[in-house]
Design a protein around this ligand. Structure first.
Ligand code: ZN
Length: 479
């Protein structure tokens, strides 16, 4: 039996280049290849153009029912990069602990591949969390230079990662560097429109947390933008916030992303490459959802994942449930990176629909306390360049998805359940249903099982056994 599996594995094409692109905060329903009325509601019918993303989708496979393991950046990326649940890899809170498991970059380097990492968020996707481990060349806010590095190394085997923060607030811009005139202009315009006056000395300071290093001038515009967002959210102006978000996507795609992705598509077509395009979480404004970091709304957890490369099923939309932790095991199958212990399961890229059985997805939000406390903690970490004693945290919200149903649960500071909602998962979105129409106990038991997971460092799993199971799954066996 084992020989047959090994022979079948040899048939899986091993790509020379693996290219990962992360569009931070991109909601799945903002890609217009799949009809959705969300963007149209805010900036007019058909105005949001995602033509380059649509182009990749038409030539590749688009997973529309992929659930992120966390609504915040570090934890979500850690799940993609380790193929393991946040509770297993150690990064399950906003920004509090280091990765306890090797990442795709460490394992690729071990396999002799050259690794490139470009990020707009060097603080939360950087050294202190463990993201630079195994990275040969690390770039900050310079996708052009990172792409040149890839070109320079195209004769080798590579794994490269390009992260963009332009869809995150300040919507569309990320930094003055990318919108020297338009970013300040927008801040003035919004302050006037909504009559908001930011004061540095205000006692009620907006969110001071940052994802990147900034000049004083840049920081000032960011804080003013955050003060606008804070005011709009407090006033319940969710439509205004969504409009800003959609306009931001439009701006970012036009000014920064489209020229970049054209170069990547050209590279993929000329070289033996697998492209994986994804988001870490979405964005939503409501009483319960302040953008993304405190939210388990389906529109925040449901993330677009698009794969493209020679041999990947073309023009294929997959509505079966997958998880962000399934991406690394899938890449492993199609590269020379050696197999490791994953929670995720691989997907057969030639025939994705038939290789995906019944999968369970989980996501959690951990409460850290007030934002100023987290900011002070972040400042210590930046100064010491390493993680310090973690802040104490408590589970605030959690979600489980399985077999066409999903559950959201919320807890108070003492851990008491204060909200519980059951949903039907249509494969494209969630619809609220009465608890009597679904097996809520089953979903609660899944969450209990999930909460028993501990960091892998303390676990020993039989590697061989795990790899045989994964091989069988990618061949289409439902086990
Ligand atoms: Zn993010």
């Amino acid at each position: 039996m084992q020989e047959i599996i090994i022979m079948e594995k040899l048939k899986c094409h091993q790509y020379q280049h693996i290219i990962l692109i992360s569009l931070d905060s991109l909601r799945n329903d903002c890609i217009t290849a799949i009809s959705s009325d969300f963007p149209d509601k805010f900036i007019g019918h058909g105005k949001l153009k995602t033509e380059m993303l649509n182009y990749v989708i038409s030539r590749g496979t688009y997973f529309i029912n992929c659930i992120s393991a966390a609504p915040y950046t570090s934890a979500s990326h850690a799940a993609y990069f380790t193929g393991c649940w946040p509770k297993r890899n150690g990064v399950y809170e906003f920004f509090n602990r280091q990765l306890g498991l090797p990442t795709i970059f460490e394992l690729a380097k071990k396999a002799g591949m050259y690794t490139i990492f470009q990020t707009d968020f060097p603080i939360i996707l950087g050294e202190s969390v463990g993201f630079t481990r195994g990275v040969d060349k690390y770039f900050v806010e310079s996708e052009g230079d990172a792409f040149l590095e890839l070109l320079k190394n195209q004769h080798r085997s590579t794994v490269s990662f390009f992260h963009f923060g332009g869809i995150h607030y300040p919507y569309g811009f990320h930094k003055l560097k990318f919108a020297e005139t338009d970013f300040p202009k927008k801040v003035f315009e919004l302050e006037n429109k909504f009559n908001i006056h930011y004061s540095k000395n205000s006692k009620k300071h907006p969110d001071m947390l940052d994802e990147s290093y900034r000049s004083k001038k840049d920081k000032n515009f960011l804080l003013r933008y955050k003060a606008i967002i804070d005011a709009l959210w407090t006033q319940g102006r969710y439509n205004d916030l969504h409009k800003l978000y959609i306009e931001g996507i439009d701006y970012f795609l036009k000014h920064r992303f489209n020229p970049f992705i054209k170069k990547i598509i050209d590279f993929v077509d000329k070289n033996d490459s697998l492209l994986v395009l994804f988001a870490d979480h979405g964005e939503s404004w409501s009483l319960d959802s302040r953008g993304h970091s405190n939210s388990i709304d389906d529109v925040v957890l449901r993330v677009p994942v698009i794969l493209y490369g020679k041999g990947v099923a073309k023009n294929t939309v997959v509505s079966k449930l997958i998880r962000t932790i399934d991406i690394f095991p899938t890449i492993c199958q199609y590269s020379k990176i050696a197999r490791t212990n994953f929670d995720g399961e691989p997907i057969n890229l030639m025939n994705p629909n038939n290789s995906i059985g019944s999968r369970e997805a989980f996501a959690q939000v951990w409460r850290v306390g007030d934002r100023n406390k987290v900011y002070q903690h972040q400042q210590h970490i930046i100064k010491d360049k390493k993680m310090i004693k973690p802040l104490s945290t408590k589970l605030e919200k959690e979600a489980a998805y399985h077999d066409g149903f999903a559950i959201n649960r919320e807890y108070d500071v003492d851990g008491r359940l204060i909200k519980e909602i059951l949903f039907k998962n249509t494969g494209k979105c969630l619809v609220t249903i009465d608890k009597k129409y679904g097996d809520i106990t089953h979903l609660i038991n899944l969450l209990k099982k999930y909460n028993r997971i501990r960091c892998y460092k303390n676990h020993k799993i039989n590697n061989l056994k795990r790899s045989i199971v994964d091989d069988l799954k990618v061949l289409g066996y439902h086990i």
